[in-house]
Design a protein around this ligand. Sequence first.
Ligand code: GLU
Length: 553
Amino acid sequence: MSLEKLANIIFKDVDKTPEYYIKKYPKRNLKEGAKVTRYAPSPTGFQHIGGIFTALVDERLASQSEGIFCLRIEDTDQKREVQGAIEDTIVTMHNFGLDFNEGMTGEDTSKGDYGPYKQSERSEIYKTFAKDLVKRGLAYPCFCTPEELSELREKQVAEKITPGYYGEFAKCRNLTEEEAIAKIEAGENYILRLKSPGREDKRVEINDLIRGKISFPENTQDIVLIKGDGLPTYHFAHAIDDTLMRITNVIRGEEWLSSLPIHIQLFEVLGFELPKFSHVPTIMKNDNGSKRKLSKRKDAEAAVSYYKEVGYPTDSVKEYLLNIINSNFEEWREENPDLDYHKFPVELDKMSKSGALFDIVKLNDVSKNVICKMKAYEVYDRYITWAKEFDKEMYDLVTSNEKMCKEIFNIDKEGPKPRKDFAKWDEVKEKIFYFFEELFSKEEASKVELPNTLTLDAAKDIIKVYMEKRNTEVTCQEEWFEDLKQIGLDLGYCAKKKDYKKDPDSYKGMISDVAGAVRAALSHRSNTPDLYVIMSILGKDKVNKRFKSFIEL
Ligand code: GLU
């Protein structure tokens, strides 16, 4: 009776019962095996690449099973909240092709029958379940001040015993209802704690879909359920939300693994069925030989915004993450080069259990493959979309030379082994700048790259002759090369490596040096696509102009 009184005093405005909510959010009517997953970010304004990683797993599993993928906003830590973060999350996820079936659709809007989808709007629900726990003697108000708690902690640490609020140390656990009511009526501040039924000598076992069977000692801590501000802790909200939203699969970062015993206990005392748990590995980075977490402060690539700024197509990032999610993705991709990644079946039991290593070299590799498969017009469209926001100069140059740029982006595209020039859009400028007079003419002589067997003077001598003698009427690569070769031979360069090796003193160098000189004159770079193609795109006049200015360099 007095427990009931205590519950009514603490939660005087709560007039519903747990049954009301259980009924309000009935079991979903989905086909057998359909997974209901959720992405549950806190609206802090910073989106970590790990979020995309987890959301991709969530979305794939829901979609593969014809289930539901929800967006729930976990805003119970209101100090960390940032204006506009929800909208930003939704837009970012959408750009990654991750669209939600249910949940928040904007700062204050949502869709679906299992809402509210923002925790700060679910206060009534949490209180209803908390009230019930108080009534059943499974939760109690705690009046300890922060000072008392830290004093307790210090004492426990000094005495080398497990720190925390539990058992004999849980002072308020043993207050009588009357004592508690008196304190509340006297206006003392309090929070609500779980009266943990756990025992130190007992263990709980659970099957994590990524990690397999794991077991822990039972939770004995009287953890906080409702904070001083009236909002729930993550633990309490997680148990209630995932149950009432009828989430079948909780997929979250491995940092939550250690609090799993708390969660299992909460589900039990609340009388809830456990969802299936999967704890995904943390994304790590190799830092001078040692592995560490990808850090928001130290690593630009931790932020989702980084990928957009430097211009990785979202597909590249996703394909790369799929590589981390399931290591057999790479093999699948090789066997199915043209299939959409949605066709790849993501499987939790194929996921690595240890930290997933983030490897930018691998990402670049994956991304080059993604971009090289795009048609030239697609590369053009995507590039200008990126450049419009991040490189205005290139945007103007490229859009005012659309035809030429589409030809450039089409170089060596159609063959069986398309060129892999770009991993991200911010690399495009350096790779194609020489096609634009405006950029090329600004380059200093020091940037000219020559084969290391050739001096600048020798290169100039080649160009002086090549400029005069070259056949401008050639119609294909072979003819063009024959012409260049002949000029080179006449100049004393050697066409056959073997001959040159036998008697290097009789030659000025190899024909490759002649091509290198032409390449340097036209592009200032030593690594470019086929010269014949470059010359065709530039056209006779520009080519001649470049030769002349090269000689004067
Ligand atoms: N809000 C929690 C986080 O951002 C969600 C964890 C979960 O998915 O349950 O870490």
